[in-house]
Design a protein around this ligand. Sequence first.
Ligand SMILES: Nc1ncnc2c1ncn2[C@@H]1O[C@H](COP(=O)(O)OP(=O)(O)OP(=O)(O)O)[C@@H](O)[C@H]1O
Length: 295
Amino acid sequence: MTSGGEQRYVELYRLSKAYPNQFGDPVTVVDGFNLIMRRGEVVSLIGHSGCGKSTVLTMVAGLNSITEGSVVLSGREVYGAGPDRAVVFQAPCLLPWMTAIQNVRLGVDRVFSHGTRKQRNEICEYYLDAVGLADSMHKYPRELSGGMQQRVGIARAIALKPKMLLLDEPFGRLDSLTRMELQDVILKILDREKISTMLVTHDVDEAIYMADRICMMTTGPRARVGQVLELPFARPRVREEVLEDPLYYDLRGCLVSFLEEQDKRKHRPAPAPKSEAATEAETEPASGALAAAEA
Ligand SMILES: Nc1ncnc2c1ncn2[C@@H]1O[C@H](COP(=O)(O)OP(=O)(O)OP(=O)(O)O)[C@@H](O)[C@H]1O
C-alpha cells in the first residue's frame, strides 16, 4: 500500500443518516460527517448523548444503512457488514451455551475457514491470552464476571484480524478499575496490531488516554464533525505520564468547553437551514497549537 493509502486508510465522506419519525417522515440525525483516518490510528468520537455517535459507528460497521455518503476502507468502498470491520458494544452478547473459546471460534472459523482446525484454535487461544483470559478460556459466560465477558468480546473482535475496530462505549458497564485495565489491554493490542480504531465514549479522560485524535460532534439534529483535537502523547501510552503531562488539563479543558458550548446551542432556538458552503466552513480545528483538523 502507498503511503498515501496509509494516510487515507479510512475515508468517511459526507455520511448522513435520516431516521423516520413517528409519522414516517425522515429526520436527519447526522448530516455530512467527514473524517479521514490513518492506518492504525485511534480516533475517539465524543459528543452529547443522542447526537449521533452510535449512528456514525454503526453506519461504518455496515449495521445501519447509510442515507447518503460513503465509507471507503483501504481504498475500497464498503457496503454492508463484513469481518474487515469488527465491533465491540457495551454488552458482549456471548452465546451462553458456549465457552469463551467457543464464542471466539465462531467468527474465527468463518473468517479463516481456509486454515486448519489447529491454526484456528491457536488464533483463539492467542487472543484470549492477549486479553488476560488464558486460564478462563474454557469457562462459560455465566462463570465469568462482566469485565471478563467483555474481554471475550474484545478477543472475539480482534481475532478476526479486522482492518478496522469499532468500539461503542465498550467499558460503559464496568467499574472504573476494570475499565482502566481493559483500556490498557486494548491499547497494548492496538500498539501491536495497528488496527484503525473508532472509539465512541462519553468519557473525556478515556478519549484523551486512548486516542490519537478526538473528533467532537456537534449536537444534533444534523450533527457533524465540530472540531478535531490532535493528541500529542507518544505510544505506547503510560497512564501516569499522560496524566502528569502539562498539556493534559488544557486538552481536557478544550473538550469540556466544546461540550458546554454545544449544550448552550442545544437550548437556543434552531437556526434556519444553511447552504452547504456555509455548513462546510463551520467545521473547524480546535483552538491551540496542538489542534489539527482533517474533517
Ligand atoms: N432506529 C432509530 N430510529 C429512529 N431514531 C433513532 C434510531 N436510532 C437512533 N435514533 C435517534 O437518533 C439520534 C442519535 O442516536 P445515537 O444513538 O446515534 O446517538 P448517540 O450520540 O450514540 O447517543 P448516546 O451517547 O446516548 O449513546 C437520537 O435522537 C436517537 O433517538
